[in-house]
Design a protein around this ligand. Structure first.
Ligand code: PLP
Length: 371
């Protein structure tokens, strides 16, 4: 077996040490780091590829389609999709799921107007540009949730057009959730004849179904497609995600590709065959109870974080049932040390599984001493 040159070995060892060190000071992004996939290491020796449609077998047999289908069934269930009436695939992340949702919506309603709030993740704007769709940005309320009045007034001006709505189920900065039942009532008020709701539930989708009260975001509430990130709340060494849509929509997109022996229904051709295994393993390891416990612990930690900020005279806030705590931007040193996402004078902490009270205490101490 080829080995690395000594200087390359040193370079790699240093890099690995740095990753370990930085993973211990990682509070500003919605990424769980509390996983261990060592049992799956043997799979790193195989080129797993789920090219094409997960529901159609391919002649490329080195794939993880059967596990991918179990992962998708888990999410379809969590999102209360009707049995046998959903379709989806494991994506490279939330952004791709958003692209897919918008792509499906555009194929259904090519003349529609897309609406999304100003707190929406940048992937939506980019995907809308890629798909060349017309769109209007709607104001947000103070907490990051869409301004329903502005939405209603804007839709009224374009009521002759079908509506494609991107609802945020957990915005990036404040984890605000748009209420899709309320949004649907706005469609009704304006006698909108054709509409489509895509839910960007990148972080929150994995646990929104366990929250009380449950935010309206799923298929029974009126969603047409839902995208989540897999590497966020569940945790994965490789970015990944899932998108679930109503099955009838996918049938409008698929094309047969004889050389891979499957349907071309996904955004990318070759698809990561390892990430469905990671997700499958994590879901089976945790089970519904484990996921529920994770969110309870995270919510508890978020409440603790707010009180710790209070104790040093800083007002920190969070939305109802959110694990994102927002506070005034601290010093640049603190931002860099704890990898805090910062925008318009505000920073946030994500109380992700794996973050402990000690991490919060250390951050608070740093802010207090003004390092
Ligand atoms: C609300 C929201 N949507 C989409 C994304 C994009 O997800 P990904 O990074 O998995 O592509 C993010 C990422 O932080 C997000 O916060």
């Amino acid at each position: 077996m080829n080995t690395l040159l000594e200087q390359d070995q040193i370079r790699l060892d240093n890099y690995i040490s740095k990753v370990k060190e930085r993973a211990a000071q990682f509070l500003g992004y919605p990424i769980a780091v509390d996983f261990n996939y060592d049992e799956l290491l043997p799979l790193l020796r195989y080129p797993l590829n789920n090219v094409g449609d997960p529901t159609v077998e391919s002649t490329y047999d080195l794939n993880s389609r059967s596990l991918e289908m179990e992962v998708l069934a888990f999410f379809a269930d969590l999102f209360r999709a009707r049995a046998g009436e959903w379709w989806g695939y494991v994506t490279n992340g939330g952004s791709e799921g958003n692209l897919y949702g918008l792509y499906v919506a555009r194929e259904l309603y090519p003349k529609a107007m897309v609406y999304y709030s100003e707190a929406t993740h940048y992937s939506i704007q980019k995907n809308i540009s890629l798909l060349n769709m017309p769109s209007i940005v709607i104001r947000t309320q103070e907490n990051g949730e869409i301004d329903y009045e502005d939405l209603c007034n804007t839709i009224k001006l374009n009521r002759h057009l079908p509506v494609i709505m991107v609802a945020n189920i957990g915005t990036t900065m404040t984890e605000a959730k748009d209420d899709i039942i309320r949004i649907k009532s706005i469609f009704k008020e304006n006698a909108i004849a054709a509409s489509y709701i895509h839910c960007d539930a990148a972080l929150t989708g994995c646990y929104a179904g366990f929250l009380e009260p449950k935010p309206p975001f799923d298929f029974r509430d009126g969603a047409d497609s839902i995208a989540i990130s897999g590497h966020k709340f569940l945790g994965s060494p490789i970015p990944c995600g899932a998108v679930i849509v109503k099955k009838i929509y996918r049938d409008r997109i698929g094309r047969e590709v004889p050389y891979i022996g499957t349907l071309d229904t996904t955004i990318s051709g070759s698809r990561n065959g390892h990430s469905p295994v990671f997700l499958w393993y994590r879901i089976r390891q945790l089970g519904l109870d484990g996921i529920k416990r994770r969110i309870e612990e995270s919510l508890e930690l978020a409440a603790y974080t707010i009180t710790q900020f209070q104790s040093i005279g800083i007002t920190a806030r969070r939305n109802e049932n959110a694990i994102t705590v927002v506070f005034p931007q601290p010093s640049q040193q603190v931002i860099l040390k704890w990898q805090l996402a910062t925008d318009a004078g505000r920073s946030h902490i994500l109380c992700m599984p794996g973050v402990k009270k000690q991490h919060i205490d250390l951050l608070i101490a740093d802010i207090k001493t003004g390092i």
